[in-house]
Ligand binder design. Structure first.
Ligand code: NI
Length: 232
């Protein structure tokens, strides 16, 4: 088949498989009619690959983030970085590199404030200031925020249009600072759709994160950024 035709078929099958209001049998029959058995299997296999999202909070770090970015690039893996406003200044090159290499950049407030413990005006300022900094460096306003300590304030939607992103697997990397322990926690708790929490501020986290990537790629997992996890 020509490249254009293959693309059309893959798109058509993907749309058919994704349409939520039709039942599975109808969708599969339609996809089979359009694409044929082989192509259908190809698309289905791709859709059934379990997915995880690696997320790194509190950076960027001049010392550790470059090593992590290099390791992720070598492995062709994208992650999500929830960065702090106060760490952006002086590290603009790292933020730009994250963007250029296909990672998703999210907001982690300017000063790492617990958003439900400060007045709403300050919470909004912490978020907006960081959004503006990210925009100045990347030309894109972030849509996702990781609230420090996982603490969100309901009515914050009044001043910021952002989606808070929490996590499924807490590696406690900041606390244990132990490669084996981090890898073991992920190995034990990993499942399709899991969002993994880490901090790119420690050598042990960088080493563990890359081990986790190798381990999960080996197990057939696909690494996605949190926007891909939420949309699909
Ligand atoms: Ni944090």
């Amino acid at each position: 088949m020509k490249k254009g035709k293959i693309l059309f078929v893959v798109l058509a099958v993907t749309v058919l498989l994704a349409v939520p209001f039709r039942n599975r049998e109808v969708r599969i029959a339609a996809a089979r009619a359009i694409a044929g058995e082989g192509m259908l299997r190809l698309v289905e296999d791709a859709a059934e690959c379990p997915r995880v999202a690696l997320t790194f909070d509190d950076g960027p770090s001049r010392k550790y983030t470059p090593m992590l970015l290099e390791g992720l690039k070598e492995r062709g893996v994208h992650a999500t970085f929830f960065i702090m406003g106060k760490n952006i200044e002086g590290n603009e090159d790292l933020v730009r590199q994250m963007q250029e290499e296909g990672h998703l950049i999210g907001n982690h407030t300017y000063n790492h404030v617990q958003l439900n413990r400060v007045p709403q005006s300050l919470a909004c300022e912490e978020i907006q200031k960081t959004n503006n900094q990210i925009y100045e460096v990347t030309g894109v306003y972030p849509s996702y925020i990781r609230p420090p300590f996982g603490a969100w304030q309901e009515n914050l939607e009044l001043c910021v249009t952002m989606l808070p992103v929490f996590w499924d697997i807490d590696t406690l990397d900041w606390k244990n600072q132990n490669v084996d322990s981090i890898v073991k926690i992920v190995e034990k708790e990993v499942k399709d759709g899991a969002i993994i929490l880490m901090h790119d501020e420690y050598q042990t986290t960088v080493d563990a994160a890359l081990k986790v990537v190798d381990m999960l790629l080996e197990k057939g997992y696909e690494f996605v950024t949190v926007d891909e996890m939420i949309v699909m």
